[in-house]
Ligand binder design. Structure first.
Ligand code: 3HC
Length: 692
């Protein structure tokens, strides 16, 4: 056995050389890993006793891609392309032995090997698109040569991880090894290749599948059309498609150059920087500085939910789908029945779409119990209160829970805005109380704000964070303040949007600007969808806001066929002359006259106060780090990931510009735009959110 470097060793068994990489956590292709593979393969090629070479990894995975931490830094050492040439041109067969995930540059390395073998649990994919990139080491050229153009288009634009069996059927793999037996199976396979004098297969020379797609431009036209909505705003999917087109229409080496040029352009662009920022942000968010990784967890085997409304039902589904029994408590039988029916209908719908088996539906439903008495929650490990937002009622419920639920259990509130400390104080065990702020629809939305009260214990926090991952949520730990992180910032945007429509722009103008920025919809379309009467009380309504005026006229949003917009029978929105007149009249009553407002101002008025609020949130320690705020906004509010999140976006345009605009707005429109102290400080010191 020869140690090549700290991350690779080379051993020879009979006539097979085995090059083993061990570069935790994911064997990414760092400069040292590239150099080590290059050296190992070259040594094996030069060793006359060796007839074939196996490339295999220790640890949890095969090479999971290029080393993303090296992106943006000057290239050093052996390039991936040089390394690939050495492998592909090896006179001795090289066999990639895959476990875990062969992703991005990892799969591209496997694709220059002459053969590939994997265990059944392995997965292969080219997920560069999720980093705003394309496979820049020949992936867009070699993949379609194996799996065909249609499948390749799908894989590179979705980044999907293909299971080993499917990869075998597609020809991406040549053989499956028994689980746990990869090394010996790969060596045996290498011997078979030699014994059977199998050819040195170079994927680059396999042209039949790309030739089959030549002169069929419709294939690409249709693909773009079918995915236009999904790809809206993103550069990378389109660039990936162009590279596959190049694979079809250009000679291999020319197309490879094309791929390189487009890869470099994406790599240097702001979208990829944003998506890479998000990649690390979504991993960092799990680290809580004062809660050590070995904090004891509270086993959660039974969950109780109070309130069987839309929220309670959605929350229940998360746990049922993760195999955790749920008891849901309501005060009225009819409401309880309705909720259980809705949960079943939701599961049935998913089953109808083929995304769930009917056996699964039954299994989940068997875990669900309805009840009309809180006492049925006595032996729960976690109880989540999901009733309407009323402090008095919530305190009463928590007081009761304190007496009923066993000691050691977690008591959680799904409040979206109320003071968790006050709720916790209604119990004799505030250390057991935490906020679990789910977003609607709770069975769909990825975000979970875990709200830490003054006294919430480390175990409760650690358990909540871990449990969130188990039920498929992305958890962000936040502190107590009105609206926490997400809704507190949203309130800024909503306030400005509401003010803007009294100054000239119509709701559809504001919505269009935010839609074009990349949000799935603007604030007024969102209000119409949610229902304008959320929290509206008819008896107390006094035409004092636009929303009240609309509700009083029964324009309560999509459900009544009219809100800010008018809706047709298919719920398609169109600008409404009626609400336009209502808005103009209301503005006049308020003494506002219409003026032309540019799209740029609309955007800045809506977004900059959010950025300012993010600075205040950090100042107050409500969020741990700036990138956590970005995770909240990408997962809870549809902030376009190619803009990284509010703090990344602010950094990318320049905090000095944001501050100057806020000061200008403050002079024109008042203290809603008063810059946060932290924002002023950062600009004064030439710092960014990402430096905090
Ligand atoms: N480079 C550098 N670090 C990486 C990395 C990479 N490619 N992939 C993962 N890591 C790091 C993570 O940041 C994390 O670090 P931390 O522990 O300090 O937070 C650690 O490895 C573990 O990652 P996860 O928490 O994500 O571990 P999981 O087990 O949940 O997932 C994984 C493992 C499926 C490999 C997942 O990490 C992943 O999807 N990684 C990215 C894969 C990828 O995008 N590859 C393409 C890279 S671009 C490329 O190859 C360009 C080429 O075409 C030229």
């Amino acid at each position: 056995m020869a140690l090549i470097s700290s991350v690779a060793d080379l051993s020879v068994e009979g006539n097979v050389a085995i090059l083993t990489l061990n570069s935790p956590p994911v064997n990414a292709l760092s400069a040292l890993v590239r150099k080590s593979i290059h050296e190992g393969i070259s040594l094996a090629i030069g060793n006359p006793a060796v007839d074939s070479i196996v490339l295999i990894c220790d640890g949890k995975t095969f090479i999971a891609g290029a080393d993303i931490t090296e992106f943006g830094k000057p290239p050093s050492g052996v390039s991936l392309r040089e390394l690939q040439d050495t492998i592909e041109n090896s006179p001795k067969p090289v066999i990639a032995a895959i476990h875990g995930t062969a992703l991005g540059g990892g799969l591209e390395t496997a694709l220059v090997c002459h053969y590939r073998i994997a265990v059944p649990s392995a997965r292969c994919g080219l997920p560069e698109v999720n980093l705003g990139l394309l496979p820049g080491a020949g992936g867009t050229q070699r993949l379609p040569r194996i799996v065909g153009v249609a499948k390749a288009l799908d894989m590179v634009t979705s980044g999907v991880h293909i299971k080993a069996r499917e990869a075998l059927e597609m020809g991406l793999l040549d053989e499956l090894a028994e689980e746990g037996q990869l090394r010996s199976a790969a060596i045996a396979f290498a011997r078979k290749v030699i014994a059977e004098k199998r050819p040195l297969i170079k994927v680059r020379d396999q042209n039949s599948k790309v030739e089959a797609a030549r002169n069929k431009p419709d294939l690409f036209v249709e693909f773009r059309k079918a995915n236009a909505r999904k790809f809206r705003g993103f550069l990378a999917p389109e660039y990936n498609i162009r590279c596959i087109e190049a694979a079809v229409n250009l000679p291999f080496d020319e197309a490879l150059q094309f791929e390189r040029a487009l890869f470099t352009e994406l790599m240097n662009g702001v979208q990829s920087a944003a998506q890479r920022h998000y990649f690390f942000a979504s991993r960092q968010v799990k680290n809580i500085p004062d809660v050590p990784a070995d904090t004891p967890l509270i086993p959660v085997k039974k969950v109780g939910i109070i309130g069987a409304g839309t929220m309670g039902g959605g929350i229940a589904m998360n746990f049922l789908s993760a195999g955790i029994p749920v008891t849901i408590v309501e005060t009225r039988q009819d409401a309880l029945d309705r909720s259980l029916k809705t949960i079943r209908a939701n599961y049935d719908n998913t089953a109808k779409k083929g995304r769930l088996s009917t056996a699964d539906v039954e299994r989940y439903m068997a875990l669900l119990k309805g009840s009309l008495v809180l006492e049925d929650l006595a032996d729960s490990d976690l109880v989540i209160e999901a009733i309407f937002e009323n402090m008095g009622v919530k305190k009463e419920v928590f007081g009761k829970l304190d007496k009923i639920v066993r000691q050691g259990a977690i008591l959680a509130s799904n409040t979206s805005a109320l003071d968790l400390n006050e709720i916790a104080a209604a119990t004799t065990r505030p250390e057991a109380v935490v906020g679990l702020h789910f977003f609607s629809p709770a069975n769909v939305m990825k975000l979970l704000e875990v709200v830490r009260g003054e006294k919430t214990s480390h175990s409760v926090i650690a358990t909540a964070m871990q449990l969130a991952a188990k039920i498929g949520k992305i958890a962000v730990l936040v502190g107590v303040c009105p609206g926490f992180v997400g809704n507190r910032m949203l309130a800024q945007r909503q306030r400005e949007a509401n003010k803007l429509v009294l100054e000239g722009p119509m709701p559809w103008d504001v919505d269009r600007v935010l839609f074009d920025f990349g949000f799935p919809m603007g604030p007024f379309a969102m209000s119409d969808l949610a229902g304008l009467d959320l929290g509206w009380i008819k008896e107390k309504s006094s035409s004092s806001t636009l929303r009240e005026i609309l509700c009083e006229l029964d324009r309560r949003g999509q459900k009544t066929g009219a809100g800010y917009y008018d809706y047709d029978e298919k719920r398609q929105a169109r600008p409404s002359p009626v609400s336009e007149q209502l808005i103009r009249d209301f503005a006049q009553k308020k003494g506002k006259s219409a003026r032309p407002v540019s799209d740029e101002e609309i955007l800045q008025r809506c977004i900059y106060p959010m950025i300012n609020e993010a600075a205040k949130i950090l100042e107050e320690g409500i969020a741990i780090r700036a990138s956590d705020i970005d995770v909240v906004w990408v997962n809870g509010y549809g902030w376009p990931v190619y803009r990284g999140g509010p703090t990344f976006y602010a950094d990318s345009i320049g905090l000095d510009k944001v501050l100057a605009k806020m000061q200008e707005f403050q002079a024109d429109y008042g203290d809603d735009f008063k810059p946060a102290k932290l924002l002023v400080d950062m600009v004064a010191r030439g710092r960014k959110f990402s430096d905090l």
